[in-house]
Design a protein around this ligand. Structure first.
Ligand code: PMT
Length: 438
């Protein structure tokens, strides 16, 4: 897909707020426009990191981009102290989107052929982020069949081509090859985060821990930060859905423009969920709901006079099972997605929960390795930026020998987008099947 016409309006959009954008700059006179692009992306709320090829630094100094982005600039395989901490894999994982602008004929050729001979091409190859490139070159270079073929290869690999535009070129010629205007690149980037896959659907999403009171000052809780659930809410909103996010105590700021309900205990979460289920199309239970609560909450702070203290716990109602149980009674039952936090036999335990709780989908994550990740891999699971997901559906991928669908280790924000896309696909398939059998 090639994007050449975008609304030039300078209207402030929320779509880039909090997004990690890696801007790759290659050697070309249009590199000066990337300074404006950096500033605009920053103003739109994105966190921008710059990677320059050696040739790019001949056109604009790294200092300019350091000043504009507020971060040190990465220059090829630079091992300068300031930047050594973030290697290409880290940068590749960090990015929600990579935009190479300007993209020279040389770098386009390298990217098309999976070359990895500098920091920019290596990072691109290692990243599963959204990727865009804005070609900028002399019109004859642009028209060259090799360049055209390389661009097709890149777009076939999933890169979004932005431009080029036509007009007067720096070399004095007129024709196609000018880098797309910065406002058009920004608009295209914003549209990358708006899939529309859940347009108009109503989603109820739970996130975070629940706190079960022991006395007025103490509680039983867990290490859920809310990150996974909030990322899902954000991704679903970007996919066009109307979101009700029901969250236990969390330090995070909820995404803007959604219905946010703050609760503390499992009982409050259950009440909030059932209060908002009437027109819900998809229910996603990412919260780590306490399985037990204290039988008798003390009215006053418990004194530490005794040498030991025994708390009697009673089981909380299983909110997820109760939503899924609406199936027999209520034709309006939502599509139900549960999570499974497992420390062993991840797939088997998740499959058992999928079936026992009568879910449409279960998303399993390994929460055993989160404290002590293997060398070179990020911590995953509770209270981490990263996760690894195994997804089983009630359909064909939940059979005894199936390992389900794996979403490899990535930032929760990226996994949330992949998961929302998969949920949208499965939801539509389910509705189609229901229609055909009606
Ligand atoms: O918040 P983060 O720090 O980002 O961490 C994310 C996470 C690890 C909390 C998340 O990815 C996750 O796995 N959430 C579910 C944790 C959990 O409670 O798993 P479980 O296997 O105990 O419960 C299974 C399912 O039943 C879950 O969907 C849970 O929301 C639901 N449940 C559980 C108990 C209960 N009383 N009511 C429920 O609805």
């Amino acid at each position: 897909m090639s994007a050449s016409h975008y609304d030039n309006s300078s209207q402030i959009s929320a779509k880039l707020i909090g997004k990690n954008i890696m801007l790759g700059i290659t050697g070309g006179i249009a590199a000066y426009k990337s300074a404006d692009l950096t500033r605009r992306l920053q103003e739109a709320g994105a966190d921008v990191r710059i990677v320059m090829t050696a040739a790019a630094t001949e056109f604009v100094t790294p200092l300019t981009f350091h000043a504009l982005s507020g971060h040190p600039v990465f220059i090829d395989n630079d091992d300068h102290d300031e930047t050594a901490a973030m290697q290409h894999i880290e940068l590749a994982r960090w990015a929600d989107a990579i935009i190479v602008a300007p993209a020279s004929a040389n770098t386009i050729a390298k990217l098309a052929h999976a070359r990895a001979d500098n920091l920019l091409t290596t990072t691109c190859l290692a990243s599963e982020a959204i990727k865009c490139f804005a070609p900028a070159m002399n019109k004859v270079m642009w028209q060259d069949p090799g360049t055209q073929s390389n661009c097709r290869t890149l777009t076939d690999k999933g890169w979004l081509q932005l431009g080029p535009a036509s007009g007067l070129q720096a070399c004095g010629e007129t024709g196609a090859g000018r880098m797309l205007e910065v406002c058009d690149i920004q608009k295209a980037l914003e549209q990358c985060f708006e899939s529309g896959e859940l347009q108009g659907l109503n989603l109820v999403i739970t996130a975070g821990p629940t706190y079960e009171a022991i006395d007025p000052v103490r509680f039983i809780g867990n290490r859920s930060s809310g990150r996974m659930g909030y990322a899902i809410a954000q991704a679903a909103q970007e996919a066009g859905a109307n979101i009700t996010l029901i969250s236990g105590p969390s330090q995070l700021t909820p995404p803007a423009s959604l219905r946010f309900i703050s609760i503390e205990s499992a009982a409050e979460m259950k009440q909030a969920v059932f209060d908002h289920l009437s027109d819900c199309n998809i229910y996603i239970s990412a919260a780590a709901v306490a399985d037990y609560r204290v039988a008798q909450v003390a009215e006053q702070k418990i004194k530490k006079s005794a040498d030991s203290l025994t708390l009697s716990l009673v089981k909380n109602e299983d909110i997820l099972s109760q939503v899924a149980a609406l199936t027999e009674k209520d034709p309006q039952r939502p599509y139900v997605v549960g999570f499974a936090a497992e420390t062993e036999d991840i797939i088997e335990n998740a499959r058992e929960k999928l079936q026992r709780k009568n879910l449409d989908m279960i998303v399993a994550n390994d929460v055993s390795a989160d404290k002590n990740p293997a060398a070179g891999t990020p911590a995953i699971g509770f209270d981490s930026e990263y996760n690894t997901l195994h997804v089983l559906t009630a359909g064909e991928n939940s059979g005894k020998n199936s390992n389900g669908k794996l979403f490899a280790t990535a930032r929760k924000t990226q996994l949330a987008r992949q998961l929302i896309s998969f949920i949208a696909e499965q939801y539509k398939q389910r509705r189609l099947n229901e229609k055909n059998t009606a």
